[in-house]
Design a protein around this ligand. Structure first.
Ligand SMILES: Cc1cc2nc3c(=O)[nH]c(=O)nc-3n(C[C@H](O)[C@H](O)[C@H](O)COP(=O)(O)OP(=O)(O)OC[C@H]3O[C@@H](n4cnc5c(N)ncnc54)[C@H](O)[C@@H]3O)c2cc1C
Length: 384
């Protein structure tokens, strides 16, 4: 017998999210893609519906649900027809704000977490730099003590929501790493985007995820108060490695959901399209390709759910999350590629959503730790 982690309540939540996604988001997906901008109202609207804090305790204004509620949201959002929107919302709910809930002071939760959940503040996560992506230890953006605060200088690149962000949860160097603690010297800060010296230097152009705003941010003598430090001084590496587990998991859930949508789209298309006197679905190669894809989706989903189950219980295993992230990222791109191929020329046409899914899905193998980084983690667990 199949068991499902989802209760009746989760299914009710799923139905209401699906109605919202299909009724209020999907009609705008194309317009946002063309504009290179998701409408600003999405954040407060999702906040009003309680969708920006599904798994956050009610004491902080969240919905108090378990992690499976978050899984439901991540599985439903891709139905809006734009990969950009799940990414933008995922950054807000599962990348930039969880460190505030986990490491933040009461004041930081009041000032940043609560308004982010209401959709009044847009959040970004700032790890990557022009000269430091996969290698987080190479981060150069630096904060030096200045009276009772800090002054930050440096740059962050590829920052999702970065053009519209109200604040960035940022990894910053506060000391040199030393031989005894090679991972030391980094700290997390909550940096307001309206501070003098904080400049969105460029809105970056991209192959996919075009509706999502991606920024190059320059930080030139940005003075933040002492209270901007998030968590313990010099413990930022450990903290951001914890954050990345949630980031990879939410990406993996979305990757499987996107792959399922690609499969559903391909199934519908091949049954209607005719060639050589029969439907494309009648060719054995089509049936076997889609059967293989369905099999892969089922197995990767099981792997991802196993990691979700552990996360839901407050546990995580870095190697399992890396495995899930690696498998889901490759699956989502391969599924989009298979769907495009089965649509033939129409798949390559901007008239259909297939090409957009294909461009969007390519990012999953790079963002949040590229495939090669996940393999490094897995290899380390193999003792290599
Ligand atoms: C659209 C988009 C949105 C993004 N959003 C954010 C965001 O919101 N916040 C944020 O902080 N970052 C964000 N990123 C950045 C993203 O996380 C990085 O691009 C990613 O971590 C890879 O870093 P890099 O681009 O510097 O590549 P590099 O680290 O320079 O890697 C280049 C290549 O070398 C490989 N490589 C690196 N190290 C190893 C190794 N040890 N062994 C084998 N191969 C290796 C990589 O896998 C890759 O193939 C975003 C990126 C994009 C494109």
């Amino acid at each position: 017998m199949r068991t499902s982690p989802f209760t009746e309540q989760h299914e009710l939540l799923r139905a209401s999210i699906r109605a919202f996604v299909e009724g209020e988001l999907a009609p705008h997906a194309r317009e946002w893609e063309d504009a290179g901008w998701i409408a600003d109202w999405v954040w407060p609207r999702m906040g009003e519906l309680g969708l920006l804090g599904l798994s956050v305790p009610t004491g902080w204004g969240g919905q108090g649900g378990d992690y499976w509620s978050t899984v439901v949201l991540a599985e439903e959002l891709p139905r809006c027809g734009s990969g950009s929107l799940p990414m933008a919302i995922g950054v807000q709910t599962d990348m930039a704000t969880p460190p505030i809930l986990k490491f933040g002071t009461e004041q930081q939760k009041r000032d940043y977490l609560a308004p982010a959940m209401r959709g009044e503040k847009v959040a970004s996560i700032g790890i990557s730099e022009p000269d430091a992506g996969s290698d987080v230890r190479a981060i150069r953006t630096r904060a030096r003590p200045d009276g009772d605060g800090w002054v930050i200088d440096g740059a962050k690149v590829y920052i999702t929501n970065g053009v519209r962000a109200d604040f960035v949860t940022m990894v910053v160097r506060t000391a040199e790493a030393d031989r005894d603690d090679p991972w030391g010297g980094l700290s997390l800060f909550l940096v307001d985007a309206d501070l003098p010296g904080f400049e969105v230097a460029e809105k970056l152009d991209k192959v996919g995820m075009r509706a999502s705003d991606t920024a190059l941010i320059h930080l030139d003598g940005v003075r933040v108060p002492g209270e901007a430090l998030l968590g313990e001084l010099h413990h930022g590496f450990k903290q951001i490695m914890w954050q990345l587990q949630g980031e990879r998991l939410i990406g993996a859930i979305g990757g499987v959901a996107s792959a399922q949508l690609a499969l559903d789209g391909a199934l519908a298309y091949v049954q209607g399209r005719e060639a050589f006197g029969r439907t494309v679905a009648d060719f054995q190669v089509t049936k076997h390709t889609l059967a293989d894809l369905a099999t892969r989706i089922a197995s990767v989903r099981a792997l991802v759910y196993e990691a979700c189950d552990a996360w839901n219980q407050g546990r995580y295993d870095t190697e399992r999350i890396a495995t899930a992230k690696l498998m889901a990222a490759q699956l989502s791109f391969d599924a989009a590629d298979t769907a495009l191929q089965m649509h033939g020329g129409y798949g390559y046409s901007a008239e259909f959503d297939v090409e957009r899914s294909w461009r969007d899905a390519r990012l999953s193998r790079i963002g949040g730790g590229a495939d090669e980084v996940q393999r490094e983690i897995i290899a380390k667990h193999l003792g290599l």
